[in-house]
Design a protein around this ligand. Structure first.
Ligand code: SAM
Length: 252
């Protein structure tokens, strides 16, 4: 079963404890710090649109993209319900076909960890470079090696809710820094019986050095920050990269 196909149905319930308001504020603080007020933002891996809708409500013009049709459907339904005029597009960030220029590209909450192949990560960075205006800002986070190795690691997590349960079984390979996890979902249906769904997800713990080397040629790295917007420390679970597009030979 494809990643996020069934998970999309309960994603927002499970992410309820995540501080999307803080994440949104952090994006805005970073824009302010670098004195950019992007007229158009493209979000990669927008999922169910939790950041997209918040930024839109703060006055930004934003387009959400994701590889999962099901996640986009949830995002779109939520936007329609609230009368928000946001476009959501099915796009693989490793192979973007979006061809309009934007002032900022963002990817928040692990989208980049889902790019497990370094060549594909380079391709993603190239895609972002191509669609950014000169001086445009690429802002993304990653879950850190510390988190994938020590917090998620080889652990099993499970929880019961009123109408669904999940078992999240992780396997982290220290050599490859690949995290594979099996997510087993039990969803209560209208007949009061539980249906079981299994999704297999793969993420990679990119190191800071790897990200720097992938960005290096085309971007000036302005900041690497933790969630408190300070210099990252050893036990940080999430860090942001803030990178500005360098000019090409034509100064664009
Ligand atoms: C943990 S979710 C985060 C969703 C959303 N950004 C949020 O903050 O809730 C990761 C998202 O990345 C998307 N994703 C994974 N690989 C992708 C790819 N190659 N291109 C675009 N989106 C991708 C998944 O479909 C999923 O919606």
């Amino acid at each position: 079963m494809e990643q996020y196909s069934t998970f999309s149905e309960i994603y927002d319930y499970l992410m309820d404890t995540k501080d999307y308001d803080l994440w949104t504020e952090n994006i805005i603080k970073i824009y302010n710090k670098y004195e950019i007020s992007p007229r158009k933002i493209l979000e990669l891996g927008c999922g169910t649109g939790n950041i997209t809708t918040r930024l839109y409500k703060k006055g930004f013009s934003i387009i959400g993209t994701d590889i999962s049709r099901e996640m986009l459907k949830v995002a779109n339904d939520k936007a329609l319900e609230e009368n928000l005029r946001i476009r959501f597009l099915l796009q693989d960030m490793t192979n973007l076909t979006f061809n309009k220029k934007v002032d900022s590209v963002i990817s928040i909450c692990d989208g980049i960890n889902y790019i497990t192949d370094i060549e594909k990560l380079k391709k993603t960075v190239n895609n972002v470079y191509e669609i950014l205006n000169y001086n445009g800002l690429f802002l993304f986070d990653i879950s850190t090696l510390y988190k994938l190795k020590n917090v998620i690691g080889n652990n099993i997590f499970h929880e019961n809710f009123e109408d669904f349960s999940y078992v999240w079984d992780n396997e982290f390979n220290i050599e490859t820094r690949i995290l594979k996890f099996e997510l087993t979902l039990f969803l209560l249906d209208e007949d009061n019986t539980y249906e079981r769904f299994i999704e297999n997800h793969v993420q990679r713990a990119h190191t800071v050095e790897e990200i720097i080397s992938v960005l290096d040629e085309k971007f000036e790295i302005l900041d690497i920050l933790n969630e408190s917007l300070n210099k990252p420390e050893e036990n940080d679970e999430r860090i942001y990269f803030v990178a500005r597009k360098k000019g090409d030979n034509n100064g664009k």
